[in-house]
Ligand binder design. Structure first.
Ligand code: GRG
Length: 298
């Protein structure tokens, strides 16, 4: 299986829908949709929508993704983009560049970037609440709840709050893991869950296994992100691996060393794939995406 090709196909499918959002969007203040569009459509690997689509495929082998799966893919990317726009703000990470381009608040201004993030968050729930077929309404309600919990005070926002509340403080491995499980992991698990729910997967052992798989991939994603950060610094700045950045920021390499972090990544990868293997041959594409996530180079 060529996972790059599969990813490209789902990336196009997602981006086509994201583009369409702005054709329908009349606004009192045109700078707002421009800033939202900039945050949403300035690149991005679209890994979370791919997880939605492939999880749907696993749970509904004989059906192509339907409108609800598309809505979930768009909704999760709206939440992800809002989080990146807000994370880059001076009050948070204060970054000037995102995906190699000036951040939203640099191109527009801080207030517009805050509002663009706010509006993207609302748009995510608007997308999921759009009635497609009355028989799907309960499924949609459940999906909105899953997305709200993953994004909010028990999920991504909680992880961000913990991170900002502990700047400069050493964290234990357990604290680091709990922070990332919320900050990045919750939305990744949510993507897997939304795909399965959009296929009508009922509560039970299979859905629990998929959630566990999502948790493992979410952590693996973060460990790889930490490793890429340090390898990037080594390549561009000539700093030795595991040097100042690794010691100042709470990261897996800072706590475990580069080799320890690689071994952690390997362990999470193997556990995640073992869960999917239990689903049989239908899990092939999701396994290929997992392999891609842990081996990605950006
Ligand atoms: C502001 C409420 C709020 C939350 C922000 C997700 C997050 C919380 C901050 C992002 C900080 C960050 C860069 C974390 C590392 C993991 C991560 C989310 C990387 C970006 O995700 P990718 O690689 O991004 O999927 P692309 O650009 O491909 O969309």
């Amino acid at each position: 299986m060529d996972i790059q090709q599969v990813l490209a196909q789902y990336r196009s499918r997602t981006e086509l829908q994201l583009e369409q959002l702005f054709q329908e969007m009349a606004s009192l203040e045109p700078r707002l949709p421009e800033a939202m569009r900039y945050g949403l459509l300035n690149g991005g690997k679209r890994l979370r929508p791919a997880l939605v689509y492939l999880s749907h495929q696993l749970c509904s082998t004989d059906q192509p993704p339907h409108a609800l799966t598309d809505r979930a893919a768009v909704a999760i990317e709206c939440i992800h983009s809002y989080s990146l726009i807000h994370d880059d703000l001076p009050a948070m990470d204060d970054d000037d560049l995102r995906r190699g381009k000036p951040t939203c608040h640099i191109v527009f201004d801080e207030a517009t970037a805050i509002l663009a993030g706010d509006a993207l968050q609302c748009l995510a729930f608007e997308q999921l609440s759009e009635i497609i077929d009355p028989t799907l309404a309960l499924r949609q309600l459940k999906m909105m709840k899953v997305l709200a919990r993953a994004s909010g005070r028990q999920g991504m926002v909680a992880g961000q709050a913990f991170d900002l509340g502990h700047v400069g403080q050493p964290l234990t491995l357990e604290q680091l893991q709990a922070m990332h499980a919320c900050k990045t992991g919750a939305l990744i698990t949510c993507a897997v869950e939304l795909g399965a729910l959009s296929a009508g997967e009922p509560e039970g052992e299979r859905l629990d296994q998929l959630r566990r798989f999502g948790d493992l991939v979410g952590l693996a994603f973060q460990v790889q992100d930490d490793l890429l950060d340090i390898e990037g610094d080594t390549a561009t700045l000539g700093k030795p691996q595991g040097s100042d950045q690794a010691q100042n920021k709470p990261t897996y390499p800072a706590l475990l060393g580069m080799e320890g972090a690689r071994s952690k990544l390997n362990q999470l990868h193997q556990e995640a794939v073992a869960i999917l293997t239990g689903f049989g041959p239908d899990a092939e594409a999701l396994i290929a995406l997992t392999d891609y996530i842990v081996a990605r180079d950006h």
